[in-house]
Design a protein. Structure first.
Length: 687
């Protein structure tokens, strides 16, 4: 084995060993705030990314390099000539395409958690060894699943990632207790894995007991086996929005779980079908033949995820972001059903960048919304200090993530999204095109609701310089720059996919160039929005908004109503809120002082304060008061509490019924589901 082969073996297995060691014996390094502990954590995450970069250098050489491959051990339960399981890894371009983002997102998660202020591990009673150990376990098992050359071990690595993510969602950090949503998501993950494992065993039996996918022939695959594997992959991907939506990640695991899951859960649902499609070669178009399933699933996912995000009763920002991620993944499934691999990969990369960005911004927002830390049980705890520049950058980064979700120009998904819609309409699927169109409109409205929830949060921080506040925004800033860069040059993704997959459809090849004009169009749109916002800002009105809660000083803006009292800020204190009563109109000709007292006009009150207040300043809710009012008015049009629309109510009831039946099956019929999957395996094996 050469150096690249050694890196291929050491990286996943080393991450698993380091993760297990930190999980069980992290306390031996000297405690949660010890320098040796965090040195080991940073060095491990950085070494994993550098090893992937070293593999990429080998792939980028013009002279060419053989595909790194290494086999460590082969175990056969039936002798040397029968069925055998090989602990081996192979790093081709397709596997590398999925492994590199996972390593990058894991490094970002580690660095972000280290510089996150305040230290959430100490505040929430979480041992850092368990936290970072589970992160490395998930990364190592994920890299092993992408690079595994053996289909049987690929399944076991997949289940190992599912267990690590389940523990990372809370049970592995705070003891044995778990929320029902986390347990249900793990149950879905297990049974979806069985739905994948049974067809894989059938493929191996048809191939004469060979489990390495490089030794299999295309004849071992047929549309039924491929369809079952794709269904299992989609069910595994569904656990992420299901758990985020109902699990309520309003604490530390939300940031860690969101970043690591975005690098594995959604990408693996695309990796395995594409891997089998490449194995099949030119003998048949498996993805295109499965369009009858993928197109409806993708279209309905977009519609129901957007509708649920719009009508969700909870006020959890992370839950709404999880639903928006599910809607984006529906577009990826739709592109796969139309056999547009380039468009599917572009939208998957956009999802892998935009989802962690919004999760990190939501995590920083909940730090500002949380009450001040009070370890000494003081009567007046010191609030967290944040400069005004921090809040401005946080709002800007969140808008970049929202831009990515909306698929506007200068976002990585813009070109691929319109290519998918055009292909859907050209293929004659007008019914599903209408469903996708309605879902995208609802997605934009739900995104406006998310923006409203983000802007109108009542911050409990004070305007002061925080300790190393800029490091907390380094990870979101890197994701925002990656999103803008991929959106300006979407042709980079097309070239990479073309080299990795080796085969693109005619529709993909027609759009696999380097459309730099898309980037310039995005710059023009973004510049126009900035100019329009500036013009709107100059004509704002300083009156009260009924939907915003002012804090930290400043005037509140909103619709003008001279018949109601107005409010104005005179300082940072909560008590420094002056009420301006509406003045009564005086008939014409009675404006002098003699008649003014007869009509009830009283002299203006003089406000007195006990101390000198600071200069007034505006908060984020004050800045976006008019936008909040218009978003609330727009959301009322689709709210059943106001409009009571028949079709909206029907869709909501259907969604609740499907979700209830699904939860009932998962909770009470584990043996029935296992028997059903076993029956499928027996039928396939005896065909």
């Amino acid at each position: 084995m050469n150096l690249t082969d050694l890196l291929l073996v050491i990286t996943p297995l080393g991450l698993v060993l380091v993760g297990a060691g930190l999980f069980f014996f992290g306390w031996l390094l000297g405690g949660p705030r010890s320098r040796p502990f965090y040195t080991v954590v940073v060095v491990t995450a950085l070494a994993a990314l550098l090893s992937q970069a070293a593999l990429g250098v080998g792939f980028a050489r013009a002279s060419g390099l053989r595909t790194p491959e290494a086999s460590l051990y082969t175990w056969s339960p039936v002798g040397d000539t029968g069925f055998g399981v090989t602990l081996g890894f192979r790093a081709d371009l397709l596997a590398y395409l999925f492994a590199l983002p996972l390593s990058g997102l894991t490094l970002l998660a580690v660095l972000y958690l280290i510089v996150r202020r305040p230290q959430a591990e100490a505040q929430e009673g979480i041992l850092p060894g368990r936290l970072y150990g589970l992160i490395f376990l998930a990364e190592g098992a994920g890299l092993a699943a992408f690079y595994s050359i053996d289909l049987v071990l690929l399944y076991f690595w997949l289940e190992a990632v599912g267990l690590a993510l389940y523990l990372l969602s809370g049970p592995g950090l705070r003891g044995a207790g778990a929320k029902p949503a986390s347990f249900r998501a793990w149950g879905i993950n297990i049974f979806a894995g069985q739905l994948i494992f049974a067809p894989l065993l059938v493929m191996i039996s048809r191939g004469g007991g060979r489990s390495n996918y490089t030794e299999l022939i295309p004849a071992v695959l047929d549309p039924l086996i491929f369809g079952l594997i794709v269904a299992g992959c989609l069910a595994k991907a569904a656990q992420f929005p299901f758990q985020v939506w109902l699990g309520g990640f309003d604490d530390l695991p939300g940031a860690a779980y969101g970043l690591v899951s975005a690098g594995f859960i959604f990408p693996f649902a695309v990796y395995l079908p594409v891997r089998l499609q490449v194995l099949n070669g030119d003998r048949g178009d498996l993805l295109g033949g499965l369009g009858w399933l993928l197109v409806p699933v993708g279209s309905l996912t977009i519609l129901f995820a957007a509708l649920t995000a719009l009508q969700a009763k909870q006020r959890s920002l992370t839950g709404l972001i999880g639903l928006l991620a599910a809607a984006q993944f529906g577009l990826v499934v739709l592109a796969l059903g139309l056999n547009l691999l380039n468009a599917a990969f572009q939208q998957l990369l956009a999802l892998s960048v935009g989802l962690p960005l919004m999760f990190l911004c939501a995590d920083q927002l909940q730090i500002e919304l949380a009450p001040p830390l009070n370890p000494d049980n003081r009567s007046n705890p010191k609030p967290l200090g944040r400069p005004a520049l921090f809040r401005g950058l946080l709002v800007g980064l969140f808008l970049v993530g929202a831009w990515n979700v909306a698929g506007l120009p200068l976002s990585p998904a813009y070109n691929a999204r319109w290519q998918t819609l055009n292909s859907l309409l050209a293929s004659g699927n007008r019914f599903f095109f209408g469903i996708v169109g309605v879902g995208l409109v609802l997605l934009l409205v739900a995104l406006l609701r998310v923006l409203l929830l983000f802007f109108n949060g009542t911050r409990r921080t004070v305007d002061a310089k925080g300790q190393e506040w800029f490091w907390a925004l380094s990870a979101p800033l890197g994701l925002a720059l990656a999103s803008i860069g991929l959106g300006f040059q979407p042709g980079l993704t097309a070239v990479w996919v073309s080299n990795a997959v080796g085969k693109l459809s005619s529709a993909d090849q027609a759009n696999a160039g380097s459309p730099v004009s898309v980037g310039w169009l995005g710059l023009l749109v973004a510049g126009g929005l900035i100019i329009g916002t500036g013009l709107y800002w100059t004509g704002r009105r300083t009156v009260a908004s009924p939907y915003t809660l002012p804090y930290n000083g400043g005037l509140v803006f909103g619709p003008e109503d001279l018949t109601k009292p107005r409010f104005a800020r005179t300082g940072r204190s909560k008590m420094a809120l002056k009420v301006i009563a509406p003045e009564e109109e005086i008939p014409e000709g009675f404006e002098d002082d003699f008649f003014s007292s007869a009509f009830g006009r009283k002299p203006k009150p003089v406000q007195t304060t006990r101390r000198q207040l600071a200069a007034p300043r505006l908060s984020n809710a004050d800045y976006f008061g008019p936008l909040s009012d218009r978003v609330v008015s727009l959301s009322k049009l689709l709210d059943t509490g106001y409009s009571a629309g028949f079709f909206v109510t029907l869709l909501l009831r259907l969604t609740d019924r499907v979700r209830g039946v699904f939860e009932w099956l998962v909770e009470r019929f584990y043996p029935a589901l296992a028997a059903f999957i076993l029956l499928i395996f027996i039928i396939l094996l005896t065909r």
